[in-house]
Design a protein around this ligand. Structure first.
Ligand code: CP
Ligand code: NVA
Length: 305
């Protein structure tokens, strides 16, 4: 049986995603009650990180341990990947030894090449193009705080980056309206925009995008791998800060989300991220619960259950 993978939000059907968000809430409730649930003894996750991480690494590693299994952290610096061993060979070897793989990489094609040779489920832990695990946690957070996200209006302010692309996929899969305020030259994936045109509107004006929104989200102006562009980007995005004036355009009950890490004073002001409408700490915690639901879904599928 071919394993299921999670490279983008399109790899799961909308009903599967809905179920996964509900399961994530159950996992969170069990965790709060101190109830153990360890259905996967001896199951091992291989985690390859070509880029830095705090949340993704800790949530997957803790999640696997809580489910009764374990995780192995692998970085190119101290594996043969860093010395040029092909990703295809690595995929064949790793998937013969572990039960599930998480890969954080630069080119999205690296994930696709890995999947082509993997006999076990593969999870995208962030690529230059997508960050689907982040959206599981972000949607869970909105649902917990404000109820169903279907039909709601979400404003994305800033860079058309990997997280933005995943918001576009989420708009389609969870059926909400997404307004993007992105400066010229920093648009998200054009094909995705076209494919999701009925859910997504591309604007330039951040205040217009935020008007009457239920959720306002942003991310750093320079992502990992774009360190050289920092200066240029700071100028291009200077009018795209999520601050109190911008949040004032949104609905009174609107919340603010950010995948983190954040740069206070750049994409978000300190009084917003540390203010009463911010739910970024719940969002970060939900990485743990939603990914446990994802691991369960993929491992049970791999077991044919
Ligand atoms: N949001 C997120 O993926 O954080 P890390 O880079 O710390 O994993
Ligand atoms: N867009 C950011 C997200 C970090 C979690 C990056 O790719 O660096």
């Amino acid at each position: 049986m071919k394993p299921r993978h999670f490279l983008t939000l399109f790899d799961l059907a909308p009903q599967e995603l809905e179920r996964l968000i509900r399961r994530a809430q159950e996992f969170k409730a069990m965790h709060r009650r101190g109830e153990g649930y360890a259905p996967f003894p001896h199951k091992i996750m291989g985690m390859i990180f070509e880029k830095s991480s705090t949340r993704t690494r800790v949530s997957f590693e803790a999640g696997m341990a809580q489910l009764g299994g374990s995780a192995i952290f692998l970085s190119p610096r101290d594996t043969q990947l860093g010395r040029g061993e092909p990703i295809e060979d690595t995929a064949r070897v790793l998937s013969s030894m572990v039960d599930i793989v998480m890969l954080r990489t630069f080119a999205h094609a690296t994930l696709e090449r890995f999947v082509a040779y993997s006999t076990v489920p593969v999870i995208n832990g962030l690529s230059d193009a997508h960050h689907p695990c982040q959206l599981l946690a972000s949607v869970q957070t909105f649902v917990e705080q404000r109820g169903p996200i279907q039909g709601k209006t979400v404003a994305w302010i800033g860079d058309g980056n990997n997280v933005c692309n995943s918001y576009i996929c989420a708009a389609r899969q969870f059926d909400f309206q997404l307004r993007l305020a992105v400066p010229e030259g920093y648009e998200p994936d054009g094909g995705l925009l076209q494919a999701c045109a009925s859910q997504v509107e591309l604007l330039r004006d951040p205040l217009a995008a935020a008007r009457d929104a239920d959720l306002v989200a942003t991310d750093v102006w320079a992502s990992m791998g774009q360190e050289q562009e920092q200066q240029r980007r700071r100028q291009a995005f200077s009018a795209y800060q999520v601050n109190v004036q911008l949040m004032a355009q949104a609905k009174p009950e609107a919340i603010f989300l950010h995948c983190l890490p954040a740069h206070r004073g750049e994409e978000v002001s300190a009084d917003v991220i540390d203010g009463p409408r911010s739910r970024v700490w719940d969002e970060a915690e939900n990485r743990l619960h939603s990914q446990k639901a994802l691991i369960e879904f993929l491992l049970l599928g791999a077991l044919g259950i």
